[in-house]
Design a protein around this ligand. Structure first.
Ligand code: MN
Length: 255
């Protein structure tokens, strides 16, 4: 089995090292192609207005000066010898739950993999800001990652679908189990914007990532994580809202 590992936190992030360990336990044919820098929040963006440079760090280990989507695309087209059987994206330092998915570079890398017809799984470790930065913050993902991946390897993925996995912010032995859950939604709140002045007196704005509330809703990824479970959410690239097709068609009928 040939595996491509990528992420959005960058090739030097601790989360990708944890994911590489998981991948190497599954296969000896593991390739890495990830952004050179932190691309959190890049969504499914492509670098178009400037060139992307590729750097080799070690055998089968590369970075690109671009987005997670660039990394998967270049990984598949330029770096790898032959198509992978599996793309693993992560392990993201932070949750990708509910509507966060559309901002997520981690999930978008898996979306790019799904578009290319490769079985793709995004993995994110929920973290809390007040939790100490030291210690193994990816312990739950390390322990539970293989337990999630193994059954997914034997499951057929429909075309243009992927799976997003979130691990709760708990010690591995505190995790309740695994739940398949649909994508939930947050109560809409704009990310906090902090205004400040840089050392040269120019004003800047910096987005914060405060915890956003959600109204409890049954069967969602948010609920599963809140209850201490690993959430496993199948996603599709087709964003069409099918129930609106017919009413809209009637609206435009004859125009
Ligand atoms: Mn990230």
């Amino acid at each position: 089995m040939r595996i491509l590992v990528t992420n959005d936190d960058g090739i030097h992030a601790p989360g990708i090292a944890a994911l590489e360990e998981i991948a190497h336990a599954l296969s000896d044919d593991v390739w890495v192609c990830a952004p050179s820098d932190n691309q959190t929040g890049a969504g499914h963006s492509l670098t178009l207005a400037m060139p992307v440079r590729l750097r080799k760090h070690a055998e089968r280990r590369f970075s690109v000066t671009g987005t997670p989507t660039d990394a998967v695309s270049i990984g598949l087209k330029q770096v790898m010898e032959g198509e992978p059987d599996l793309i693993l994206s992560g392990i993201n330092a932070g949750a990708n739950l509910g509507d966060d998915i559309t901002y997520s570079g981690t999930v978008s890398a898996a979306m790019e993999g799904a578009l290319a017809g490769v079985r793709s799984i995004a993995m994110s470790q929920v973290m809390k800001q007040d939790r100490p930065a030291w210690g193994d913050r990816f312990a739950a993902a390390r322990e539970w990652g293989p337990k999630v991946i193994q059954p997914l390897l034997g499951t057929p993925f429909q075309p243009r679908t992927l799976v997003s996995v979130n691990f709760p912010c708990l010690a591995p032995e505190e995790v309740m189990g695994i739940r398949v859950a649909r994508q939930g939604f947050h109560d809409y709140a704009r990310a906090s914007v902090v205004e400040g002045r840089d050392p040269r007196g120019q004003r800047y704005y910096w987005f914060g990532l405060d915890a956003i509330e959600h109204t409890p809703d049954h069967g969602t990824d948010l609920e599963a994580i809140a209850a201490g479970y690993v959430s496993v959410t199948p996603l599709q690239l087709d964003l069409t809202h099918r129930a609106s097709l017919e009413p809209l068609a009637q609206r435009f009928n004859g125009r």
